[in-house]
Design a protein around this ligand. Sequence first.
Ligand code: KG4
Ligand code: ZN
Length: 334
Amino acid sequence: MVVLGIESSCDETAAAVLADGRRVLSNVVASQDAIHAPYGGIVPELASRRHLEVIIPVVEKALADANMRLSDLDGVAVTQGPGLVGSLLVGCAVAKSIAYVHRLPLVAVNHLEGHIYATFLTEDPPEHPFLALVVSGGHTALYHARAPLEYTLVGQTRDDAAGEAFDKVAKLLGLGFPGGPVIERVAASGDPKAITFPLAQMSDGAPDFSFSGVKTSVSLYVKQHAPLGRPEIADVAASFQATVVKMLVRKTVKAALHHGIKRIVLTGGVAANGRLREALEAAAIDHGLHLHIPPRHLCTDNAAMIAAAGTARLAAGERAPLTLNAAPDLALAG
Ligand code: KG4
Ligand code: ZN
């Protein structure tokens, strides 16, 4: 089965062609970083407009790279949500048009399930059940994937998403956008133990996350110690990154042990972070857990992951109607 995946939920316009749910024949991602960088964050209207301009060339390139035509496809998978409504509408409209004209089955994909399915594009796909930590710019959540296409929400952030915290702290430090990659780069020359930022503890013991406290502490530190030189900025970046990584690793391992789950998946844009990958790997080994992490380019937004989740849902007989609408608040599980 050859499936075209389309992803436009945030600021990446992406299309991919996937064969048999596993073989990535093409994976094209057009980044909008340069458009949003001057604003230090994503401007939703600019994102939608840019998707509209580039989505057809991106789909054409995905087909050309895969050496396929639209008539070779067996299905179309598109991100329905969650995400920015104007951005989602562009991908949905294009996917629906292709499905309509070529009489192809259409399937709607939850973006977060897409992130989880990136793991199925690796040499070592996870067996169910597993615990998935999805860490992105818009979401930070732990899901128990009990069986294929079945999820239970185990914990989630009570305020900012982890990626959002990286982006906001990068802005505070004057490091630019997007924050994750630049913080990771700058942190490499800093001391992760230089400053102690608070680790959020849930008073009710829930496996939830919170990143607003550490972000506020960084903000206070920057104000109290201004102007910061390059070495101090590197120390703040390294200490902040270490705090976020510690929180993510602790809660994930604790939840896996609590629920008796032996396999963990780490995915989403923040999963591209080297320190997080290493720290979770080390913690997994310590606790006898098997960890699955997609390669970096499949952790950040892409359409191969959407095609992968879409293929699984098409195979399960799911179809979306041509009246499909974007769902900006779409939940993966309650
Ligand atoms: O999954 P993603 O590409 O888009 C959303 O679904 O939100 O995640 C984007 C987020 C951004 O906040 C970005 O700063 C963060 O992932 N990110 C990183 C790294 N690369 C991207 N965070 C930490 N370290 C990185 N290397
Ligand atoms: Zn994402």
